[in-house]
Design a protein around this ligand. Structure first.
Ligand code: SDX
Length: 371
């Protein structure tokens, strides 16, 4: 009997990320996520994921310079963004713009590891520009040229809102980017690795990953969580709302995980951020509702919140439009996708599993007139 959804199937060896679902531990290249969330920066984590170790000062400076100087989009891509239908979903826009960018990459069809690393750097740099520009374009706001002296988190908020963000907002987003950066063979990373293993290019593999992340069972869940919180709107009403949903056997978005059988360690940090941002805004509704929901779902179903649950209220309180939540996940996960695609390419074999055939056999072809 095949277990549906490849549950527990080990499909690759990897030295990038380890998820211990029983202990609730997450490790990037040997470093515990708690240590990285408390002490590192997203730029440093990108280096760690791509090159296998924490950078020296000069290594970090070089990567940061490469990332910050590659943020601008080619003019034809900006022109294309202006021509997309204004109702296009940001994830559709990201997927399509990334596909288009491949035609303007100076490394062309060179898929060597050095060229693929340069492509990953450009993609990492350009993802936030695409997302911020799309929000400006669809709302008729002017486009801000990226600022090279700002971090990824700060520059994204700057391009999105048109003003340099405060330190708390920048730090909150930076930590969220660290927390979402990689997660072993999650569905989008697996999709990216499968594509890369055919020896297609970095862009095609990343497009496969973006399309996969978009689904509500994966990265799309954070948007569904905030829609639910907005619908409830009052911590007093949260318990009854969840009980009704569960009684109707509906899925609670932001809960459950294929691997974690205990708390997702990323939720711990996002929960704290959600509380702190609520206090700062003097509006603790979103945090309080989330706590209520968490309690009821655990009591009734034994399910824990995953990364998408508290990231929803965090992004909302940072003033980020709801349909940009999943693109922000993509901005962060671009770092992990690239690490995995490069790892796949450095020791590649085509990924081609088998299916257990359950259909008919030995049927005889009948002419259409006699069917
Ligand atoms: C991410 O894989 C990764 O690493 C992903 C990720 C990453 O960083 O890349 O961590 C990011 O994708 C987080 C997950 C975001 N998705 C959601 O929040 C959507 C809601 N959650 C689920 O639908 C579900 O928990 C999944 C998709 C996350 C996991 O699905 P599985 O492993 O296939 O589990 P399942 O759907 O088969 O559920 C097993 C049981 C079922 O009950 P029984 O039929 O056995 O009685 O648990 C129940 C489910 O009904 N269950 C839920 C539930 N999640 C599981 N019941 C209600 N609400 C839920 N959220």
């Amino acid at each position: 009997m095949v277990k549906a959804g490849l549950e527990d199937i080990v499909a690759a060896e990897s030295s990038i990320c380890d998820v211990d679902g029983t202990a609730g531990r997450l490790i990037y290249r040997g470093y515990d996520i708690h240590d990285l969330a408390e002490n590192s920066t997203f730029e440093e984590v990108i280096y760690l994921l791509w090159f296998g170790q924490l950078p020296t000062k000069s290594e970090l400076d070089k990567l940061t310079k490469d990332l910050n100087s590659n943020r601008a989009l080619p003019k034809p891509v900006i022109d294309a963004l202006h021509n997309y239908p204004k109702k296009a979903l940001p994830m559709e826009v990201l997927r399509t713009a990334v596909s288009m960018l491949s035609m303007y990459d100076p490394d062309g069809d060179d898929n060597s590891i050095p060229a693929s690393t340069r492509k990953a750097t450009r993609l990492m740099a350009q993802f936030p520009t695409i997302v911020a520009y799309w929000d400006c374009i669809r709302n008729g706001r002017d486009l801000k040229a990226p600022k090279e002296d700002l971090t990824i988190a700060a520059n994204f908020l700057y391009m999105l809102k048109g003003e340099t963000p405060d330190e708390v907002s920048t730090k909150s987003l930076d930590i969220a980017l660290i927390l979402h950066a990689d997660h072993e063979l999650n569905a989008s990373t697996f999709a990216g690795r499968v594509a890369a293993a055919t020896l297609t290019d970095m862009y095609s593999a990343v497009v496969a990953a973006i399309g996969t992340l978009k689904g509500p069972l994966h990265g799309g869940a954070n948007q569904e969580v905030i829609k639910m919180l907005i619908e409830i709107n009052d911590p007093e009403k949260a318990k009854a709302y969840v009980e009704k949903k569960l009684a109707e056997h509906q899925k609670m978005m932001g809960f459950g995980h294929r691997v974690y059988k205990t708390e997702d360690p990323r939720a711990h940090h996002l929960r704290i951020m959600s509380e702190e941002l609520g206090k700062r805004l003097k509006d603790e509704r979103w945090y309080k509702m989330s706590r209520e929901i968490e309690e009821v779902v655990f009591k009734q179903k034994g399910l824990y919140a995953n990364v998408d649950f508290y990231s929803a209220s965090v992004y909302y309180m940072l003033g980020i439009p709801i349909d940009l939540f999943t693109p922000i996940f993509a901005i962060s996960r671009m770092s992990g996708w690239a690490a995995h695609i490069l790892e796949q390419l450095s020791n590649n074999r085509l990924i081609r599993p088998r299916a257990d055939y359950t259909g008919a056999r030995n049927l005889k072809y009948a002419a259409i007139t006699s069917r």
